[in-house]
Design a protein around this ligand. Sequence first.
Ligand code: GLU
Length: 277
Amino acid sequence: MRITRALRFGIGALALAVVATGCGSGSDKTATQHAAEGSLTIGIKFDQPGLGLRDRNGNYSGFDVDVARYVAGKLGVPPEKITFKEAPSAQRETLIQNGQVDYIVASYSINDQRKKKVDFAGPYFVAGQSLLVRADNNDITGPDSLRGGKKLCSVKGSTPAQNIQKNFAGDVQLQEYDTYSLCVEALKSGAVDAVTTDNIILAGYAAQSPGQLKVVGQPFTTENYGIGLQKGDTESRNMINDAIEAMIQDGSWKAALEQNFGNTDFTIPAPPQVDRY
Ligand code: GLU
């Protein structure tokens, strides 16, 4: 009898603890609730020059960083109240679901599979899958020239890697790393023949190694970049969509792209229309 009661108490206490911590390490509050309290945690890439980059002094730069800061500003949060957190491709849904970030701006394509777990504001940019090769390579000119067992690098949990698995399986040797910067190292060392992901990401790496790397062929998918946030948080989603529209309207969107890609071969496309789904 005594044991049963103690056991019951124990189980009750455990259940309470689980409820109190939300069973994850993050927070249950929404992006707009955190913004109202004065600060935000935003997921970005740390290793994608021109998009999301953390330098050795801990400074952040890139178009995604500019979008993240602009949106935060519209939610009332100044840059110094933002904590940036690295959001590798394969971890993005989990970071959002666990409440470890308020939103993610990290070359994050909107798709139906991801929409089962998270919501997206945007799109705020349209990219397309492309190929990066060494400057002296002349036999890879587009996706079909990869057939015949070329070694290709992409990133785990990314849409370009999924596309290769689906449409080039058996014809291409795909290696999946955790980040694109690791793929670029493998390309430079000769361990792989090409890197595949979105054209804007590859343009950033090519610009960083002039004369060494080049982007080839035409983009062969459509990647609509969204800002990922908690599923069902319509209030934050609407406010972030308003912010994206304002950034496009007031010229900051184009200015940010020109600042980050103006000195590269990348052609800045027209802005997309926000999707109020
Ligand atoms: N846009 C693609 C994706 O969301 C590739 C870029 C990335 O992995 O961040 O998967």
